[in-house]
Every structure is written in structure tokens, then in C-alpha cells.
Design a protein around this ligand. Structure first.
Ligand code: SF4
Ligand code: SF4
Length: 396
């Protein structure tokens, strides 16, 4: 996740972050968890594949029915106990749609009693007033609203209509004192609507949104141009609207691109930003995050289902995570030494690390260059964007 607003507005300074950098992640304030220098990962847990929608955009393995081999209530409770004994800093619960599980509040309540911090990702279609109250009671402090299902009209996507449909559920969550923000999927099909989509988000009264890039079946060259356009728009918007928190997901090259833009005019701010991005450390897969699916399979991140590093039915997550013989884990924890191609040559690879999931799909090798990168330094220089070192040299 790249939090454009926090990085631009220096809402946390490198000095603030350094105070917490060597603490265990559960001891760090929630908004700084991504900087914690922890050996314990945040867990992204897809607790069911069942979803009440069937969206074209869905990047998850979801279906209208639950899988017959999903973790039982007892297995899920045992897994929660495992996470609590590891002091997992944050559990992000995904589906399918998590609220379709009959035992959802039993599990959430148990996790809360065990001291785990939980955030929920939901399409909110099932959030009645009673459900909003139960969410609050089970200690869930934040709901990330995935609009895809609500926004799908036939085969098309209409985010503004989706936002209108989500409004009553947002009100119920607000009344129950549960924070929420939306995740919007952007691609060539709705790029031209970005300004009106963001206006519609403002009208809902939300103070945070996340942008997720639509990646399926992409022509990488077109995607790179599209991503630059999206980022230019979001950076300009975040600068003019400091009260809104603007976040991007699944693209760590966004941090490098943001840095290049800021370095052009404000080298001091860029130096601070570079320190923060370095402490965050780029792609967290297999290093600071792990994904567990509804059958208990453990993956490096939710977008990398082709790699399974164990199953929590057979082995404790802590043992899977600390297996020093596991080559892919060793690589992900020291990735700058393994990166190849453009990512290997990139001067900012320690801030980003490329994307192993995309590289593996494209080249069969997770240490290969990220095929979707649009922010490599040498290419940026050709486009007239000055790098940090060049800025410092020019200002002498
Ligand atoms: S070249 Fe690789 S490491 Fe550098 S910004 Fe692009 S994706 Fe990130
Ligand atoms: S492997 Fe790719 S999709 Fe997964 S967390 Fe890293 S950058 Fe994101």
C-alpha cells in the first residue's frame, strides 16, 4: 500500500517512524504498522470463497457457494489462537464475502478476545443495522468497502452507482462508530470518470479511499501509460485535498513515481519521503504479510495464489513462516540481492522490490523484472523527471 496523502503531507516523519521501527508490530500505533521492523507478518485471511456477487472484476477465487473443504469453525478458532500466540499485528479478513460465513461473528469475537486487531473487507450488501452493531461489538474498527459487486451493472462497472448503493450501509457503520473507506477498481473502462468518481466519494462524506488497478488481460505498455495518468491525477488531487486520505494498492512502483515527482521541485521533502519509503521497504509479500486461504493454504500475498508455502492444518503458521530452508521466503526477505533485469538495475529497487507475483506469471521467475513497472529511473530520466541525486547536484 502506498499512502500518497501521508507521504506528501509528511503526516509522519522519518523521526516519528524511527521511534517505532524496531518495536514488535503489535506495539506500534495502527497507522504506522507498515513501518514496523517485525518478524511477525500481518495476515490477510480469505475466510471463505462464498460471495453474494459474481463480479467480472474479481481478482479473488470466489464463487456463489462455499468450498466443501473450507476451514471448519473449530479449525478457524485454532488458527486464530495460533495468530494470537504469534502476536500477529493485524488480521485483514477477506472472502469471497466474509459475512456470508454463519460463524463470522463467533470467529471475530474470539479473535477480539484474544487481543487481535481485525479489519474487514466487505461489499457491505449484507450490512443491516443489526450487522453493523455486531461488527462494532466484535471489535472490528474498520471496514474496507469493495465496491465491485455493488458497482457492476450487467457486464459494466459504474462506481458512482455503486457508491450510492453503499451509502445506507456506510451510514449504519458510522452510527455504530465503525470507520470505513472504499476501494475502487480503476482501468481503461472508467479512467475518464476518475474526477466524477472522486467527487462522488467526497459527497458520501468518506475521508479515505484506495485505488486498485484492474490488471486482468492487460497489455503492459497500455497499462503503464494508464498507471502514470492515474498517479498524476491522484498526486495532484492529494496535494489539493489534504483532508482526504488517498491510497494505492498492488503497485509499489507508485512510491518511486511519487518520489520522482516530488524530487523535481522539493528535494528536502523528497529526501524525507525516501527515508519513509525505505523504512516501509516496498513489496511486503513473504516478509511482512502472508495470505491464508479458506482451505488453510499459505501464500506469499493474496495476488500470488500459484505459490503455496504450507497449510495451517498440517503445520503451525509460525513454523511455516520461520522455515529457514524455504527458498522463496529467503528470497523475498532479501529481494534486492536477487532482482534481475530492469528491477535489478533500478536505483530505487529497495523502495519497491518489483512484483514477484507478476514476474512469475510473465517469466516463470519471481525475481525477474516487474512487467508492469512504469517508474524505472532511467526511463523516468528520459521523460525529463529529475532523480534525487541529480536534484541534489543541480541545487549545489
Ligand atoms: S524497476 Fe522494478 S524496482 Fe524499480 S521502480 Fe520499477 S518495479 Fe520498482
Ligand atoms: S507480490 Fe506483487 S501483488 Fe503481492 S504484495 Fe508484492 S507487489 Fe503486491
Amino acid at each position: 500500500m502506498i499512502n500518497i496523502s501521508r507521504l506528501l503531507k509528511v503526516r509522519e516523519t522519518a523521526q516519528d517512524v524511527e521511534k517505532h521501527h524496531n518495536k514488535r508490530a503489535h506495539e506500534v500505533p495502527k497507522h504506522l504498522v507498515r513501518y514496523a521492523n517485525s518478524k511477525v507478518p500481518m495476515v490477510i485471511w480469505n475466510i471463505t470463497r462464498k460471495c453474494n456477487f459474481s463480479c467480472n472484476m474479481c481478482h479473488l477465487d470466489s464463487a456463489l457457494e462455499a468450498d466443501s473443504d473450507e476451514l471448519t469453525t473449530q479449525e478457524a478458532i485454532e488458527f486464530i489462537d495460533q495468530m494470537a500466540s504469534m502476536s500477529v499485528p493485524l488480521v485483514s479478513v477477506y472472502g469471497g464475502e466474509p459475512l456470508t460465513r454463519d460463524d463470522f461473528f463467533t470467529l471475530a469475537g474470539h479473535a477480539h478476545n484474544k487481543g487481535l486487531r481485525i479489519i474487514l473487507s466487505s461489499n457491505v450488501a449484507l450490512i443491516t443495522k443489526k450487522t453493523a452493531g455486531e461488527i462494532a461489538e466484535s471489535g472490528i474498527s474498520y471496514v474496507g468497502i469493495d465496491l465491485d459487486g455493488l458497482a457492476q451493472i450487467g457486464g459494466d462497472m459504474d462506481v458512482i452507482a455503486g457508491l450510492e448503493k453503499a451509502l445506507p450501509a456506510m451510514e449504519r457503520l458510522r452510527d455504530a462508530m465503525v470507520g470505513c473507506g472504499v476501494r475502487i477498481t480503476i482501468g481503461s473502462f472508467n479512467l475518464s470518470q476518475m474526477p466524477s468518481i472522486i467527487k462522488a466519494i467526497e459527497n458520501t462524506g468518506l475521508k479515505r479511499f484506495a485505488i486498485c488497478q484492474h490488471l486482468e488481460g492487460k497489455d503492459w505498455k497500455a497499462l503503464k501509460e494508464e498507471r502514470r495518468e492515474i498517479m498524476d491525477f491522484l498526486i495532484d488531487y492529494a496535494m489539493k485535498n489534504p483532508e482526504m486520505e488517498v491510497v494505492t494498492e498492488n503497485f509499489y512502483a507508485d512510491g518511486v513515481y511519487l518520489l520522482q515527482r516530488v524530487a523535481k521541485h522539493e528535494p528536502e521533502r523528497a529526501a524525507e519521503m525516501e527515508r519513509l519509503l525505505a523504512m516501509q521497504g516496498g513489496c511486503p509479500a513473504g516478509d511482512r504479510i502472508v495470505n491464508v486461504d479458506y482451505r488453510g493454504n499459505v501464500h506469499l500475498c493474496p495476488y500470488w495464489q500459484s505459490r503455496t508455502i504450507g497449510n495451517i492444518r498440517e503445520q503451525k503458521l509460525s513454523d511455516i513462516w520461520s522455515d529457514e530452508e524455504n527458498e522463496i521466503l529467503a528470497m523475498m526477505r532479501d529481494k534486492t540481492h536477487y532482482l534481475k533485469g530492469m528491477c535489478g538495475r533500478c536505483r530505487r529497487n529497495h523502495l519497491c522490490m518489483g512484483c514477484g507475483a507478476r514476474a512469475e506469471v510473465m517469466c516463470g521467475d519471481p525475481s525477474e523484472e516487474d512487467p508492469a513497472c512504469y517508474a524505472h529511473d532511467s526511463r523516468a530520466a528520459k521523460r525529463g523527471i529529475t532523480t534525487l541525486k541529480e536534484t541534489a547536484r543541480n541545487s549545489r
